[in-house]
Design a protein around this ligand. Structure first.
Ligand code: NAD
Ligand code: SAH
Length: 417
C-alpha cells in the first residue's frame, strides 16, 4: 500500500478545497505552468513533511507536474485536512497522514515516506524529517538537497551545520523575504486569531491579550489582536525586540507579571516552557492559553497535565484544566499550533508566496546538484525577487523602474549636495 490516510472517499471534497486554494495562489500557478512545459524535476524523488492542507496540495501537484515523484507526511499530528489527503492520493501522491495521529504514528508516517522511494530531495517544516534522515538512514544516502519551511527548522539545521553533521545542502525557504515577512507575520497574524475564535468564539475586544515573543510571528499576532480591540502585552527576552514592541505601542513586561493580568495568552517564540505551571497558578480563573509557535513545547502541557486536579474537553480544541488552587485554565488545541489545528492554517494568498519559494528552491537544488556545500543557504535573492514580481503582477500592482540616471547616481560616490 503506497498510502495511509483516513478515508479515500473524501477525495471529491478535497479536490474542491484544493481548487479553492489554487484560485488564490496565482504565483505558484504561474510557476506550475512553466514546470509543466519544462519538466525541470524529471526523475527527482521528493520526500516532504508539511502540513497536509489544501495549500500544500497545490504545491505537491506543482512538483509532480514538474516531473517529480512526491511522498508526503504531516508536519503536525493535528493539522492534516483528511479530505485533502484523500484527493492527493487520487492524484498519485503517496500520502501518509491523518488528523489526530498519535506521536508514534507521526514518526511511523515520516519513516514511510523515506522508505517508499529513495529520496533525492527532502522538504521539511520543523526539521523532524531532516533529523530522521540524518539519524536513522544509512550513509549511502541519495539525498542531494533539502529545503526548510519554518524558523525553528532553520535554527536546527544551522545547529547541524555548526556541528559538522549536515549531510546535504539545505535552502532556508523561511528566510526568503517573500516568506517570513508575509507568512510568519500576516499569515500567522490572521490564522492564529482565526483558530482562537473558531475554538472559543470569545470576544477579543476589551480583553487583555499576552503575546510571548515579538519576532515575525509575534508581531503579526500582536498587531492583529490590537486591531480587534484587545489590550496587548508583549513578553520578550531580546532587548532590541522588546524595545521595538514598546515603541510600537505595546506594554512589555516579564511573563511572571503578565500572567497575573492576561485573559488570553499566545506563545510565538519557538522556545520551550515559556509558560510554565508557576505562571498558570498566577492566572485569572478562565484564562485561555494558545500556542502559535512551535510543536507543543512552548506551553508546558506536560507540567499542566501532571499538576492539574482534573481535565475535561469542553468543545473541539478546548480543554479545561482545574488547577490545585481551584482555578480553571483553558488550553487550546492541546498546546499545538492553534492556527493549523483549530483553523485551516494560513490563507492561500500567503502560502502562495511561501510555496512559490519552495518550488523554486527545489528547482535551484536540481540545477545546482553537486555544486553546493553541505551548508544552510538562504534563498537566492533573485528567486525572492521573482516571487515578489509574479505576485505583484497577479494582484495588478505596478511599480516604478530606476532610470539610467538614477542607476548611475546610486553607483557613484563623488557628487555631494
Ligand atoms: P523569531 O526568531 O523572529 O521570533 C521569536 C522571538 O521569540 C524572538 O524575538 C525571541 O527573542 C523571542 N523569545 C525566545 N524565547 C522567549 C521567551 N522565553 N519569552 C519571550 N520571548 C522569547 O521567529 P518567528 O519567525 O517569529 O517564529 C516563531 C516560531 O513560530 C518558530 O517556532 C516558527 O517556526 C513558528 N512559526 C509558526 C507559524 C504558524 O503557522 N503557526 C508560522 C511561522 C513560524
Ligand atoms: N511543524 C512544526 C513547525 C511549525 S509550522 C509544528 O507543527 O509545530 C509553521 C509553518 O506552517 C509555517 O512556516 C508556515 O509556512 C506553515 N503553514 C502555515 N499555514 C499553512 C498552510 N495553510 N498550509 C501549509 N503550511 C502552512
Amino acid at each position: 500500500m503506497n498510502y495511509k490516510i483516513k478515508d479515500l472517499s473524501l477525495a471529491n471534497d478535497g479536490k474542491k478545497q484544493i481548487e479553492w486554494a489554487e484560485m488564490h495562489m496565482p504565483t505558484l500557478l504561474e510557476i506550475r505552468k512553466r514546470f509543466e512545459a519544462e519538466k525541470p524535476l524529471k526523475g527527482v524523488n521528493i520526500s516532504a513533511v508539511l502540513h497536509v492542507t489544501k495549500e500544500t496540495a497545490a504545491l505537491v501537484k506543482t512538483l509532480k507536474m514538474g516531473g517529480a515523484e512526491v511522498a508526503l507526511a504531516a508536519s503536525n499530528p493535528l493539522s492534516t485536512q483528511d479530505e485533502v489527503a484523500a484527493a492527493l492520493v487520487t492524484e498519485g501522491i503517496s500520502v501518509f497522514a491523518w488528523r489526530g495521529e498519535s506521536e508514534s504514528e507521526y514518526y511511523n508516517n515520516i519513516e514511510s515516506i523515506v522508505k517508499i522511494h529513495e529520496p533525492h530531495i527532502v522538504m521539511d517544516d520543523g526539521a523532524d524529517l531532516h533529523a530522521f534522515v540524518h539519524e536513522k538512514m544509512s550513509s549511502e544516502l541519495k539525498v542531494f538537497g533539502g529545503t526548510e519551511e519554518t524558523t525553528t527548522g532553520v535554527i536546527r539545521l544551522r545547529a547541524m551545520e555548526k556541528q559538522g553533521v549536515l549531510k546535504y545542502p539545505v535552502i532556508a525557504v523561511n528566510n526568503a523575504y517573500t516568506k517570513y515577512l508575509f507568512d510568519n507575520r500576516y499569515g500567522t497574524g490572521q490564522s492564529a486569531i482565526d483558530g482562537i475564535i473558531r475554538a472559543t468564539n470569545i470576544l477579543l475586544a476589551g480583553k487583555v491579550a499576552v503575546v510571548a515573543g515579538y519576532g515575525w510571528v509575534g508581531r503579526g499576532i500582536a498587531n492583529r489582536l490590537r486591531g480587534l480591540g484587545a489590550r496587548v502585552i508583549v513578553t520578550e527576552v531580546d532587548p532590541i525586540r522588546a524595545l521595538e514592541a514598546v515603541m510600537d505601542g505595546f506594554d512589555v513586561m516579564p511573563i511572571s507579571e503578565a500572567s497575573r493580568i492576561g485573559d488570553i495568552f499566545v506563545t510565538a517564540t519557538g522556545n520551550t516552557k515559556v509558560i510554565r505551571v508557576e505562571h498558570m497558578l498566577n492566572m485569572k480563573n478562565g484564562a485561555i492559553l494558545a500556542n502559535a509557535g512551535h510543536f507543543n513545547v512552548e506551553i508546558d502541557v506536560k507540567g499542566l497535565k501532571e499538576s492539574a486536579v482534573s481535565v475535561r474537553n469542553i468543545r473541539p480544541y478546548v480543554d479545561e484544566y482545574v488547577l490545585q488552587n481551584g482555578k480553571k485554565i483553558y488550553l487550546l488545541a492541546e498546546g499545538r499550533l492553534v492556527n493549523l489545528a483549530a483553523a485551516e492554517g494560513h490563507p492561500s494568498e500567503v502560502m502562495d508566496m511561501s510555496f512559490a519559494n519552495q518550488a523554486l528552491a527545489v528547482e535551484y537544488l536540481v540545477k545546482n546538484k553537486g555544486k553546493l556545500q553541505n551548508k544552510v543557504y538562504n534563498m537566492p535573492i533573485e528567486l525572492d525577487y521573482e516571487v515578489a514580481r509574479i505576485k505583484l503582477k497577479s494582484i495588478g500592482v505596478q511599480i516604478d523602474e530606476l532610470t539610467e540616471e538614477q542607476k548611475g547616481y546610486l553607483e557613484q560616490w563623488k557628487s555631494g549636495t
